[in-house]
Every structure is written in C-alpha cells, then in structure tokens.
Design a binder for this molecule. Structure first.
Ligand SMILES: [Zn+2]
Length: 189
C-alpha cells in the first residue's frame, strides 16, 4: 500500500476533505483530515493497520502488548493488536491527563504505542511515560498519519503509514480568502 493508496482511502471515506477551512489553530488550509471518519469502517481500518503492521514488522522486535491513548488511538490500537496478534490496553483522560486505570503492566512487559494521528506527539509522550513509570519497556511507536513534519521527537523508533502535512496559511496570506471562497469550520457542530 503506497501513499496514494492511503490518500485514496481517506478521500473515499470523506476523512480527507478539500475546500477552504479554518483550523482550530486559527490557520487556514485547503484540506482537512478527520481520522474518526476512516475509523467508521472496520474493514478499511483493518486493511490500513495490516499495512502499518507489515511496515512495523520490518523491525522484527518482540513486543507483548499494544497500548494506545484514548479516544483517538483506540481503534488503531485495537486493529494493530489484532494484526500482530497481541494484547491491547489503553490509557485514558482523567482530570485532564492520561492515566492507566483498568489494566496492569508487568515489569519488563514490552510495548508498542499506537496512535491515529501524530501532530506534536504529546499524548504519545504521556503514554510512554506511563508505561515506564509502571515498569514496562517501550519498544516503538506506530501511527497511521505522521503530520509532525519531523518536529515530534522520541527516544524510540516511529513507524507511520503516511507522512503528510497540510498546507496552511495565516488568514492574511490565504489565497482562498483572496478569492473570497466561503470558509468552513470543520469539527464544530
Ligand atoms: Zn482563508
């Protein structure tokens, strides 16, 4: 599965939209990506994660368990665990920070951290710290989409299915504003 195949799937599921968007950052873009819309389709996610697992498998590293930060990482984590035939657990928001609430980590247990989209990688870093604080070992990270532009740095390897950064502009520099294209605010209902 190459990058164009992945983009094609994102467009078919309406996860990747073209238009004129005001992002939460206040920047404008001609594209908007909403990963949850891909995750509506289990068979599609299964296919994407099988491809991601294939890429990750080149590491040939033993792991015991896949862990993901809820909510965004849940579907990808579950499907990666299925593809690799491993256990799957998650950390979840409690009082505005991620916590391990329902599961136990054994000393020396080896983890793959899974996430849907990596931007600055803050949730991934929090998950890594939780694993280590509980005596586990983080082997590596896998993400469906890396949109960090290389700015998210970790001390373990990252495998991504797609590296992609949307083009963004400040409102005053936006060519779509210059053409008076109507703007949409995705993600706000
Ligand atoms: Zn604009």
């Amino acid at each position: 599965m190459n990058s164009e195949d992945v983009f094609q799937i994102f467009r078919e599921t309406n996860a990747l939209l073209s238009g004129h968007f005001e992002l939460r950052s206040g920047l404008h873009s001609d594209q908007y990506f909403q990963c949850a819309l891909v995750c509506q389709w289990p068979r599609v996610v299964e296919k994407l994660c099988a491809a991601l697992a294939g890429k990750w498998n080149e590491r040939n590293a033993p792991i015991d368990t896949v862990i993901a930060p809820a909510m965004g990482g849940l579907v990808i984590g579950q499907e990666m665990a299925r593809a690799l035939n491993k256990r799957f657990i998650f950390v979840e928001k409690q009082n505005n920070k991620l916590e391990l609430r329902r599961f136990a980590i054994k000393p020396g247990e080896r983890f793959l951290v899974a996430e849907d989209v990596m931007t600055r990688g803050g949730r991934i870093q929090e998950t890594i710290e939780i694993v280590r604080a509980n005596g586990g070992i983080v082997d590596s990270i896998c993400v469906l989409v890396d949109r960090s532009g290389g700015k998210a740095a970790f001390d373990v390897p990252v495998t991504s299915l797609l590296r992609w950064e949307p083009t963004t502009w400040k409102p005053e520099d936006c060519p779509l504003c210059a053409k008076s294209e109507p703007i949409t605010h995705p993600g706000s209902k």
